[in-house]
Design a protein around this ligand. Structure first.
Ligand code: ADP
Ligand code: MG
Length: 211
């Protein structure tokens, strides 16, 4: 059986996982983490509830540089609930990377607070398409230093009619980035998005029952 140690995670992150009682990687985490830690693009398809969030958060937390203030990792997710969930999971692990700052940017929340936080520099930004675009248009967020881009729940973003906004955001991220796409299902429109914006992505598909 694969352990988080075998996956090459640092002792600091291993400790945080242990503290939370997260003992062993789920199948999708075991398959995706090595590929993503190596900096490769990947399309990860697995059902809801299989642990996709940690599959991208752990490689991001390992690869983020806490000595640089700019946004280096961007996670685009369809709903504020998901943005909050991902942010909460990231915060629980963030103690493993001293100096890491994160920001959740979603609609309905105090934009002024988000603006102040962005000014201070958030290295990891987690947001919904509309609010992210809002910040990009105001100039309060720039993506020129983003190296890691996650499209979370891509099929939901399609169903909610967000793909045009998502594409507008992707176009502002340097091409040299790593792109990670997560989805429970793979409609044609999502496949097309992957073909257009990803660089030789690894296909990771895990059939399993959700936890
Ligand atoms: P998905 O994005 O695939 O729908 P999540 O990442 O939201 O799934 O994870 C579903 C649940 O499983 C969450 O409550 C999460 O905390 C838990 N979980 C994720 N990975 C593990 C693990 N390795 N061990 C135990 N619980 C886990
Ligand atoms: Mg998810």
């Amino acid at each position: 059986m694969t352990t988080f140690e075998n996956l090459g995670l640092s002792p600091a992150l291993l400790r945080r996982l242990q503290e939370q009682g997260i003992a062993n990687p789920t199948p999708v985490q075991a398959a995706a983490i090595p590929v993503l830690m190596a900096g490769e693009d990947a399309i990860v398809q697995a059902q809801t509830g299989t642990g996709k969030t940690l599959a991208f958060l752990l490689p991001i937390l390992e690869n983020i540089r806490v000595d640089k203030p700019e946004a280096q990792a961007l996670i685009i997710t369809p709903t504020r609930e998901l943005a909050l969930q991902i942010t909460a999971e990231a915060r629980k692990l963030a103690a493993a990377r001293e100096g890491l700052s994160l920001l959740a940017a979603y609609g309905g929340q105090d934009v002024e607070r988000q603006l102040r936080k962005l000014k201070g520099g958030a290295q990891l930004v987690i947001g919904t398409p509309g609010r992210l675009l809002d910040h990009l248009r105001r100039g309060s967020l720039t993506l020129g230093a983003v190296r890691m881009l996650v499209l979370d729940e891509a099929d939901q973003m399609l169903h909610m009619g967000f793909l045009a906004e998502v594409e507008e955001i992707i176009l502002q991220v340097p091409r040299s980035r790593q792109t990670m796409l997560f989805s429970a299902t793979m409609p044609d429109r999502v496949k097309r998005l992957a073909r257009t914006y990803m660089d030789r992505p690894q296909d990771i598909r895990v059939a399993e029952t959700p936890r």
